[in-house]
Design a protein around this ligand. Structure first.
Ligand SMILES: [Zn+2]
Length: 180
């Protein structure tokens, strides 16, 4: 449903969980192939590139593999570098540094999962966008997101108000009261 896409894609400030670029799609944290749920409790915003590279791995497995590949460039000996700027790391030091990065990544995943699971936020998206149904060629997610951007920013700032509260505020801005 479009509201679920919007709720996931706009979490984490609309940024990819793994690289910080603009989010474009949703990633199953626990891979769908491994029995991960196919609903927002198991989805985070990511870019197409990270989604394609991660494929059916869990974030730690993917991250560790990716990290070692990047660090292990060269002539077959561990060479720290790209992330830490240290060219003389032992294998042990390399694993410890990757371990720290994985823990930080897992913390970030918890934070974003909590944002997506927030009942008030979830209800805000569902009540406003459930009418849009499933993404289609004529009305896809990017268009819905573009149109909703300002409204979402406003909702976030106001703590995701109920529809009634939003309506009351609009009426007030027009100088009307709900009784009018
Ligand atoms: Zn990314």
């Amino acid at each position: 449903m479009i509201w679920e896409w919007l709720a996931v894609l706009t979490a984490n400030n609309g940024e990819c969980m793994y690289c910080g670029g603009t989010s474009q799609t949703m990633d199953h944290v626990i891979p769908f192939a491994d029995g991960g749920a196919d609903d927002p409790t198991n989805l985070v915003p990511v870019c197409h590139d990270c989604n394609r590279r991660k494929r059916d791995k869990t974030p730690p497995t993917w991250f560790i593999g990716m990290d070692l590949t990047i660090r292990w460039y060269g002539s077959g000996t561990p060479q720290g570098g790209s992330c830490l700027g240290d060219s003389s790391m032992s294998l042990r030091e390399m694993y410890l540094s990757v371990h720290q990065e994985v823990l930080a990544l897992l913390d970030d995943l918890d934070t974003v999962a909590a944002e997506i699971a927030d009942p008030k936020r979830r209800e805000w998206f569902e009540t406003r966008y459930r009418w849009y149904g499933y993404p289609s060629a004529s009305y896809g997610v990017p268009r819905a997101r573009q149109q909703a951007e300002e409204r979402i920013a406003d909702g976030k700032e106001r703590g995701y108000p109920s529809l009634d509260a939003e309506l009351a505020r609009m009426l007030k801005e027009k100088g009307l009261s709900p009784a009018d």
